[in-house]
Design a protein around this ligand. Sequence first.
Ligand SMILES: Nc1nc2c(ncn2[C@@H]2O[C@H](COP(=O)(O)OP(=O)(O)O)[C@@H](O)[C@H]2O)c(=O)[nH]1
Ligand SMILES: [Mg+2]
Length: 297
Amino acid sequence: MRSGFVSLIGRPNVGKSTLLNSLINQKIAITSNKPQTTRNIIQGIYNEDGYQIVFVDTPGIHKPLNKLGRVLNKEAQSLTKDVDVILLLVDAKDGLGIGDKKIIASLTETDSKVILVLNKIDKMNETEILKAINDYKDLYPFAEIVPISAITKENVDTLLNVIKKYLTDNMRYFDDDTITTSTLNFLVSEFVREKIFRMTEEEIPHSVTCITSKFEETSKIINITVDIIVDRDSIKKIIIGKQGSLLKTVGIEARKDIENLVGKKVYLELYVKTIKNWRDRDRYLAELGFDEKEYIN
Ligand SMILES: Nc1nc2c(ncn2[C@@H]2O[C@H](COP(=O)(O)OP(=O)(O)O)[C@@H](O)[C@H]2O)c(=O)[nH]1
Ligand SMILES: [Mg+2]
């Protein structure tokens, strides 16, 4: 039995959450083409005969604009400690930038093995991939460099095999049918938030949070209510859409993801509520799973 903890770090949008979903073969982390989609620490557990790997997906490290942003950065940075392996993800197509360099500079304090993962090679040819390897390889004593595509899953198996070499524990941390530490309530609210991220313009989704307020399971169906909390009435209007059209599509798409996860029919109700400045209110940060005492100062 070999096991261990592996954290995924990197700039926003490099594909950390997409890779987590590919590694454990189930959607448990939401993704979008907008930065700062991920707001919580998501743990995904890979199980195989003889192996258990606990992957920790982090919000990307970025410039904080409010209390929520500061909390996320603190959490992301704490995740380079006490893990066996750090997967440093970069967008190899985008190339080396100042954001990557800053993160690499912060790695000097870690004792963990660091594997450089060059993501998005589905958009690159061989020469471009070799150039990317060359650009990064001397910036840090990386234990390994693995080019992958988190979307097409090219080389993701190779990455898993590479990670296995560096696992040092020999116990199971979780039952072997556990795939995540997130609660169903949380996953449900995240799926709704993802659809809003994907269906609205850049400015809108960051001012939205979702909370599951009802989850009732009967023998045939699960009845779920999710509250969508926004900053302003003008955003509430946008999310509801013309005659409720956007909200309806959000509901249809989110329900598909939820049913896929729970393997059961779902009835999903969505409500949009305006609460001013929720991102600076400790109560809402606490409901998102952040420990108030730890971060209030
Ligand atoms: N072409 C391509 N796009 C990817 C790949 N991995 C992720 N993406 C896209 O990059 C965007 C950001 O992905 P996400 O996982 O949310 O990034 P995160 O912020 O690092 O968690 C999304 O639009 C993904 O679909 C990949 O391997 N190839
Ligand atoms: Mg993410």
